[in-house]
Structure formats: structure tokens, C-alpha cells
Design a protein around this ligand. Structure first.
Ligand code: NDP
Length: 445
């Protein structure tokens, strides 16, 4: 394979999808050497078959708002690759959603799911509908309309969606209810469900906890720990909240959280009581992060900015893609950052990754460090198949094992001659090899 040629070809065939191109470029750049050790891969054009999704569903979603107006949105499901298990990946509801963003997410998901050791292929879906500012009744009607189209394409052994940005327990519940009604079957077809109808303990916590378990494993390679470290977190949603919780449990100090309007910085740290306030603010009140400073006036709110210029030891980007750029990475390095672990998907731009890696900062890509969410989704599928529920201790222990195993694989495939671990390369090569071998064994489709 000539990675540059493959990428140019994809750009020509699928223009105007920059995030997809970015994700493919990052992976190809790191697997090219390993791929070329296997001439049998190129003989069957494995790389193009792995980069281009198996199929894409695209549909109109029509729903009624509270004022009686008919609204339309776009709905998508990308089934990227099912070589190692049923398609699996979240659903995102956000106004920025488009085909290119979902293609990048589905592509990444394929490697991430491979890394977990569980039998899951890669997929992603979503809509340009944003639940922000909508009533619960509107969200419910939208979810029902969305599922009216999607239910034909998913199933517990075919494609199992989950949550992502804008899709939490409420939205999963509404979509599950709709699926059950349309199909007249009670099946483990979505993960992230509530405990009462097949959800798994620790699923809400899994992505954030897993990110911090991965961070801990990275720090351990340098003989360091989280206790006493100052941590910058972006986002204030599911991933950010539980990453903050685990940092606190391990003795770290959380300095910031954010949303798409700005960030808060608390010089005294966001302690347990303050984090409980944020949980309530985001999960129950559905408020904005700037309200934090009304409650805790010693903190500051910075409108329209990201938290990366603040001084800290660790950064955990947990909001969205491309939210940490080159200039911000330089500021982190200048301020002595030790580690950057991604809770979000592709939050660090390629130029920023280079800055961090050149400075030998411990840096982990989301497909490795945020794989805890989909891992516990996989465990939820296992529990649904058994019609059993495991204890939170059991699930948490499995999550920890999976995250440490992913870390070990990254070290195995990503350690460079000078001893620095290139976690991007490690994750990409480890994830790729398993999918590639499965595709080779199954023939050409
Ligand atoms: P949530 O919707 O719960 O929270 C998202 C957070 O990010 C919110 O605080 C939101 O602010 C902020 N945000 C969203 N878009 C932007 C933007 N364009 N600029 C700045 N801030 C933004 O989502 P999750 O916490 O579930 O997901 C966060 C990230 O983690 C995503 O990249 C997702 O793909 C990834 N991820 C999630 C997993 C999961 O299990 N949930 C699993 C693996 C990865 P606002 O309220 O203003 O929109």
C-alpha cells in the first residue's frame, strides 16, 4: 500500500468529508509499515475494503414539535465493518452531525472495538437534531420517528447502537421503547439502557472511568500516579462527569470543565460536593456550565474558550472532535503537562498530536483510552444474551482488565527505539491486525 495514494483516492471519491479523511490519514500513516509486511493484504485490496464502510443508510426523520409544526431532520447509520462481530457504535444527536463526521466515527469505532478483545464490529449513526432546548416530549417524538426508519436495519446479532453526544439514558430509553413497539420483540438491541430493562451497571460511568484507568496505566510506566496531580477536563457531559469522578477517587484535583459556550476554572478544585452539583446541573436541570460560578463564586467562567491555556499536569479532552489545536498543545507543553488522555473521539488535531509526541508527552488516542464505554456496552450485550445482570464490582473489574490490556497492546506495538510509547501507532496496529486477519479468513466481499 502507498498510504498517500490511498488517501488521495478516497478524497477524490468522497470529497467534503474532512473528518473522515483526517481519521483515515492518521490510521494509514501508522499501519503502512506493518501492512506492507503482508503482501497478501494488498492482493485483495484489503485497505480500501477496510476504509470504505460496508453500507450507509440515510433517511429523513419527520416529527411534530410542541407548537404543532412539522420538523424534518436527517438520520444516518453507517455500518462500517462486521468482520469480528455485529456492527456496534453510538448514535449522536447534534446539529453539527453530517455524513463525514459519522464516517470518521464509524471508521475509528472499528479499530477501537477490535482493541477491546470483545466480538464487536464498527458502526456509528445519528442525526442533525439537537436535544438542546427541546422539551422531553419533543425528544421522545423525535426518537420514535428516528427509530421508525432505523429499526429495519439493526438487531441484537446485526447492529447494536448506543449513546454518544446528545444521546444519553433518556434518548436510549425512548428509542428502545419505539423499537420494541415496532418489532414486538424485547431484545438487547441498544446498549446504555436503564437497569430496569437490561442495562448494565457501570455503563454510564464506563467511558470516563476507563479513560482514567488508561491514564493511570500510562503514568505507571513513568513511575507516577494521579494522586496530587492537577487535571484539566473539557466537556461536562457523560464522559467528562465520570472522568472527573474517577480522578477525584484516585486523589487528583479537577480544575476545569466546559461546554460548547465556554469553560469554568476552579482554583480550589472541583471536589465531590461541587461535582455532585454539576451532575445535577447537567443530568437533571439540563443547565449550562457557566451556572457553576453563581454557585461557587471563587471560580471563573471564560466564555468562548477552551481550558487548555490553564496550567496543569494532565489534560483530558472529553467533549468533541478537534477541540485541542496546535497552539493549545504548545501551551500545555509549555505549562509542563505530563499526559493527555482522550476521553472524546479525535479531540486532538494532527498538528497538536505532533506537538505532544515531539515533546514526549504521554498521549493516548480516544480509540484506546475511551474504549471503556463500548467495552461495557459489549458486556451489556453479553448480560442480555444470558438474561443475567452482573454486579458493579464484576463489571468494573472487567472494565479495568480491558483498559489495562489495551494499554499493554499499545505498548507492545507502539514502543519506539528510544523507549517512548507511540500510543497512536500501538492502538492502530493492534486494532488493525485483528480485523485484517478476520477479513482475510472470510473471503472477498
Ligand atoms: P454528551 O452529550 O454527554 O456531552 C458532550 C459534552 O461536550 C457537552 O458538555 C457538550 O457541550 C460538549 N460539546 C459538544 N459539542 C461541542 C463542541 N462542538 N464544542 C465544545 N464542546 C462541545 O456526550 P458524551 O460525553 O457522551 O461524549 C463526549 C465525547 O466522548 C464525544 O466525542 C463522544 O464521541 C465520545 N465518546 C463517548 C462515549 C460514551 O459512552 N458516551 C464513548 C466513547 C467516546 P454542550 O452541552 O454545550 O453541547
Amino acid at each position: 500500500m502507498d498510504a498517500k495514494k490511498v488517501l488521495e483516492n478516497l478524497k477524490q471519491r468522497f470529497p467534503n468529508e474532512p473528518e473522515y479523511h483526517q481519521a483515515v490519514e492518521e490510521v494509514l500513516g501508522t499501519i503502512e509499515e506493518e501492512y506492507n509486511k503482508h503482501p497478501e493484504f494488498d492482493k485483495v485490496n484489503l485497505i480500501e475494503r477496510l476504509c470504505i464502510p460496508d453500507r450507509i443508510y440515510q433517511f429523513r426523520v419527520t416529527w411534530l414539535d410542541d407548537k404543532g409544526n412539522i420538523q424534518t431532520n436527517m438520520g444516518y447509520r453507517i455500518q462500517h465493518n462486521n468482520a469480528i462481530g455485529p456492527y456496534k457504535g453510538g448514535i449522536r444527536f447534534h446539529k453539527s452531525v453530517n455524513l463525514g463526521i459519522l464516517k470518521f466515527l464509524a471508521f475509528e469505532q472499528t479499530f477501537k472495538n477490535s482493541l477491546t478483545t470483545l466480538a464487536m464490529g464498527g458502526a456509528k449513526g445519528g442525526s442533525d437534531f439537537s436535544p438542546r432546548g427541546k422539551s422531553s416530549a419533543e425528544v421522545m417524538r423525535f426518537c420514535q420517528a428516528f427509530m421508525l426508519e432505523l429499526y429495519r436495519h439493526i438487531g441484537p446479532d446485526c447492529d447494536v447502537p448506543a449513546g454518544d453526544i446528545g444521546v444519553g439514558g433518556r434518548e436510549v430509553g425512548y428509542m428502545f421503547g419505539a423499537y420494541k413497539k415496532y418489532t414486538r420483540e424485547f431484545q438487547g438491541v441498544l446498549t446504555g439502557k436503564a437497569l430496569e430493562f437490561g442495562g448494565s451497571l457501570i455503563r454510564p460511568e464506563a467511558t470516563g472511568y476507563g479513560t482514567v484507568y488508561f491514564l493511570r496505566a500510562m503514568l505507571k510506566t513513568k513511575g507516577m500516579e494521579i494522586a496530587g496531580k492537577k487535571v484539566l477536563i473539557s466537556g461536562a457531559g457523560n464522559v467528562a462527569q465520570y472522568a472527573a469522578e474517577k480522578v477525584l477517587q484516585l486523589g487528583g484535583k479537577v480544575m476545569t470543565m466546559s461546554d460548547s459556550d465556554g469553560y469554568i476554572y476552579d482554583p480550589d478544585g472541583i471536589d465531590r460536593e461541587k461535582l455532585d452539583y454539576i451532575f445535577d446541573l447537567k443530568q437533571v436541570q439540563r443547565g449550562r456550565i457557566k451556572e457553576y460560578v453563581d454557585q461557587y463564586p471563587s471560580a471563573k467562567y471564560v466564555e468562548g474558550q477552551k481550558p487548555w491555556f490553564e496550567k496543569a499536569d494532565i489534560a483530558l479532552p472529553c467533549a468533541t472532535q478537534n477541540e485541542l489545536n496546535e497552539e493549545q498543545a504548545k501551551a500545555l507543553v509549555a505549562n509542563g503537562v505530563i499526559a493527555v488522555a482522550e476521553g472524546a473521539n479525535m479531540p486532538t488535531t494532527p498538528a497538536a498530536i505532533k506537538v505532544l509526541q515531539d515533546a514526549k508527552v504521554l498521549y493516548s488516542p480516544g480509540k484506546a483510552s475511551n474504549a471503556g464505554g463500548v467495552s461495557v456496552s459489549g458486556l451489556e450485550m453479553a448480560q442480555n444474551s444470558q438474561r443475567l445482570s452482573w454486579t458493579s464490582e464484576e463489571v468494573d473489574a472487567k472494565l479495568l482488565w480491558i483498559m489495562e490490556n489495551i494499554h499493554d497492546n499499545c505498548v507492545k506495538y507502539g514502543t519506539e527505539p528510544d523507549g517512548y510509547v507511540n500510543y497512536v501507532k500501538g492502538a492502530n496496529v493492534a486494532g488493525f491486525m485483528k480485523v485484517a486477519k478476520a477479513m482475510m479468513a472470510q473471503g472477498v466481499f
